[in-house]
Ligand binder design. Structure first.
Ligand code: T1G
Length: 694
């Protein structure tokens, strides 16, 4: 847990305490106790001139142990804030040797120290806000007193770590050294001899350090960027305390607000997502992944271009194939334009853009795919087209090459069947824009081998994607569920809502975008094609809304045609309600014999979100998803579900499955068989269990 080593520097003795708690040196109850004991010993030892705190491996510390939150372990003394106060008030210098990543409570531990030295590769951050809490061990009170209000607001409300050189520039660390422990020992010695000033903070209020408007601006920015989240606003409130209260009073306020947040639903939801993402990306088998160096991408359209960029960003060599020179040039121009925009935003330097572009080889020849290790097909969403492409790929690519389709819903088994290598065929469903969105649905065909899955999972993690293993069905996980969600949105329109009312209710719930605005953005023609494909097999007795079809028949496909459910001014994506659509909807209601009525936000949320939950339960019981939390990862990472609600399945657990089931049973009586409760939901609700127990 905590190793002690005595180092001798210029005839002085320095006690080096090293936190050793794999995998990330989290500071849980056991580490706190051990650290407190070793600190007391070192401070009491007359032979010891100074103390250095450091971590083992590549972490200083990944912060407090998140798994202990909402358990009695968080009350085991010394509390982290008590430990930090002891360091701050120690009779000898205590210096932090930040050997690697220092996050959350790990970084807060260093803020009580008398000096801080960072390694050149160290990352320092207070990401608590991403878990729906705030730095609860003094970070909101000490950091502003060290680096100033504005920089502290950035770090704490944004939650992003900073590099060592930036920490040196803003005064967070005193030194950046190749050997941080040796440098920290020397700093400790200098402090013990009065040759250097201690960096412990001045407890007085930071009067006049920032005007009221700074905090109001921060609140407005947080409300815009993190709509519906309460933690960012609480962080700002804590930081604001530093301007007019002492350190002691500010620490008490911070402790109170931390307790409020950590016991709240939002933080529990965000911590669920944190662990769910890590569980989803775990390799589903012990199979050994194979090496991938060169990747072919077939199709240079929106998806193919984004995938090529994502691969180039991940350091892979890419062969981007198109059928015609014109299509290839269009795709290449789009890629260059995207990189230029990123460079202008400061995301990449010019050299980084050059390096990435140099990794993408454009081609019109299938022969150029002969030695790639993986091909990702991102061509037109038509089974016949895909079969033709996979037939050619099978003939051209080396026997070990993996062949993947970016299809968003088509049958991978049917595609694999046209090749001689079905074990090496799978789906890799990227989300647009593919160079930005982190979700990747990895679709395992009936014959896809475990080693192919392992290979693609490892590639996905290297692309900073979140791979989620899904099975073959129409729409896999995300799109299969979204069709039920969208169906209910269309029904609500016929029953009395306007598009703005449905979308408004769901945005207030926290969705990044309402379903109808999302349809306008994605293109109404895409789902129209899917509905036409499904029409021959759609049971005639099931209710069907003609609203979206009628809009498509008017040539209104959404943003790309300037109108869909909404109107759009030229060059604008801002949805404008359109009375012509309201009239069309009323017409559809009349034709369906539906009397329009007032519908509450509450019903809109229940009808759309519980449609997701019910289908999600079916997906788990069908084995299309490995677990309910994978569905939450898909929806938060790929469909704009609010992180602070944890995903549709976690949200249902939070509401309570008995209540969700009762509502679904009521909808079943009112709206027919679409609302047949999923057996898994019934089983869990009636046995007092939750999706997170399944
Ligand atoms: N507590 C418990 N477990 C943690 C953990 C933590 N802080 N951080 C990571 N893990 C687990 C993780 O679940 C996974 O477990 C394994 O470690 C490897 O993680 C009082 C209240 C540190 C950058 O928010 O950002 O301090 O799956 O796969 O990619 O103010 O983990 O193997 O079972 O992510 O190398 C603040 C959260 C806490 C940092 C490493 N700290 N962690 O990334 O590995 S709250 C954080 C991370 C706090 C104080 C407050 C990353 C990482 P398993 P990994 P990685």
């Amino acid at each position: 847990m905590v190793h002690v080593e005595i180092r001798h520097v210029d005839q002085a003795a320095i006690a080096v305490l090293r936190i050793d708690n794999p995998p990330v040196n989290s500071v849980g109850s056991q580490v706190r106790v051990a650290l407190g004991e070793q600190l007391d010993k070192a401070l009491a030892d007359a032979q010891v001139n100074a103390v250095v705190l450091t971590g083992s491996g590549r972490f200083f510390s990944g912060g407090a142990d998140i798994r202990e939150f909402n358990t009695p372990k968080t009350q085991v003394r010394p509390l982290l804030r008590e430990l930090i106060a002891r360091i701050e008030g120690a009779g000898k210098p205590v210096v932090a040797a930040i050997n690697g990543t220092a996050l959350g409570g790990g970084l807060e531990l260093t803020l009580g120290c008398h000096g801080r030295v960072a390694s050149e590769t160290a990352k320092l951050g207070l990401p608590e806000v991403k878990l729906g809490v705030l730095p609860g061990a003094g970070g909101t009170q000490r950091l502003p007193r060290i680096i100033g209000i504005a920089a502290a607001l950035d770090m704490i409300v944004g939650g992003e770590p900073i590099a060592a050189h930036k920490a040196l520039a803003n005064g967070l660390v005193d030194e950046v050294a190749a050997d941080p422990i040796d440098a920290a020992c020397r700093l400790g010695l200098a402090l013990s001899r009065g040759e250097r000033e201690s960096r412990t903070v001045d407890p007085a209020p930071l009067r006049n350090a920032a005007s009221e408007s700074v905090f109001e601006a921060a609140r407005r920015d947080a409300q815009r960027r993190y709509r519906g989240c309460i933690a960012p606003l609480e962080c700002i409130g804590c930081i604001e305390q530093t301007v007019h209260t002492s350190l002691e009073a500010g620490l008490a306020y911070e402790a109170d607000r931390f307790k409020f947040l950590v016991e709240g639903d939002q933080s529990k939801a965000q911590r669920h997502v944190f662990f769910a993402e890590r569980q989803a990306t775990k390799l589903p088998s012990a199979a050994e992944p194979s090496q991938i160096a060169r990747v072919g991408v077939v199709g240079a359209g929106t998806m193919g271009g984004g995938i090529a960029m994502s691969l180039a960003n991940g350091g892979y060599w890419v062969v981007l194939l198109e059928q015609t020179e014109a299509a290839l040039q269009r795709g290449w121009n789009t890629i260059q334009g995207n990189y230029a925009a990123s460079s202008k935003r400061g995301r990449f330097t010019e050299q980084e853009v050059k390096d990435r572009l140099s990794r993408i080889q454009c081609s019109l020849e299938y022969g150029d795919l002969a030695d790639v290790d993986l091909v990702i097909e991102a061509a037109f969403e038509d089974m016949q087209v895909k079969k033709e492409i996979f037939t050619r790929l099978d003939a051209v690519c080396k026997p070990t090459a993996i062949l993947a389709s970016n299809t968003s819903r088509l049958d991978i088994n049917e595609i694999a069947a046209v090749t001689s290598r079905p074990a090496q065929v799978l789906g890799m469903h990227f989300f647009s824009p593919a160079n930005v969105m982190r979700l990747l649905e990895v679709v395992k065909g009936a014959k896809t081998s475990d080693s192919v899955i392992a290979t693609v999972f490892r590639l996905a993690v290297r692309l900073n994607k979140i791979p989620v293993l899904v099975g073959v069905c129409d729409g896999f996980v995300g799109n299969r569920m979204v069709s039920h969600y969208t169906r209910e949105a269309y029904f609500l329109l016929e029953e009395g809502c306007t598009p703005a009312q449905v979308d408004g209710a769901l945005r207030r719930f926290g969705m990044a975008m309402g379903p109808l605005q999302m349809q306008d953005m994605a293109g109404l023609d895409i789902s129209w094609a899917a509905r036409k494909r499904q029409a021959p097999t759609r049971p005639a007795h099931l209710r069907y809304s003609k609203v979206a079809d009628r809009i498509c028949e008017m040539g209104r496909f959404g943003q790309k045609t300037g109108s869909g459910f909404y109107r759009y001014e030229a060059g604008s994506r801002e949805p404008i309600p359109d009375p012509e659509i309201d009239a069309l909807i009323a017409q559809c209601s009349a034709e369906a014999g539906i009397t329009r009525r007032e519908i509450s936000d509450e019903e809109i949320i229940a009808r759309t979100i519980y449609a997701l939950v019910n289908e999600g339960a079916r997906i788990v019981q069908d084995g299309i998803a490995q677990r309910a939390s994978d569905i939450d990862v898909v929806y938060v990472a790929g469909y704009g579900f609010p992180m602070f609600r944890g995903g549709p399945m976690f949200y249902a657990d939070t509401v309570g499955l008995p209540e969700v089931l009762a509502t679904i049973r009521r909808f079943h009586e009112q709206h027919g068989e679409y609302w047949e409760p999923a057996p898994l939901l019934v089983e869990l609700a009636e046995s007092g269990r939750r999706f997170s127990d399944s």
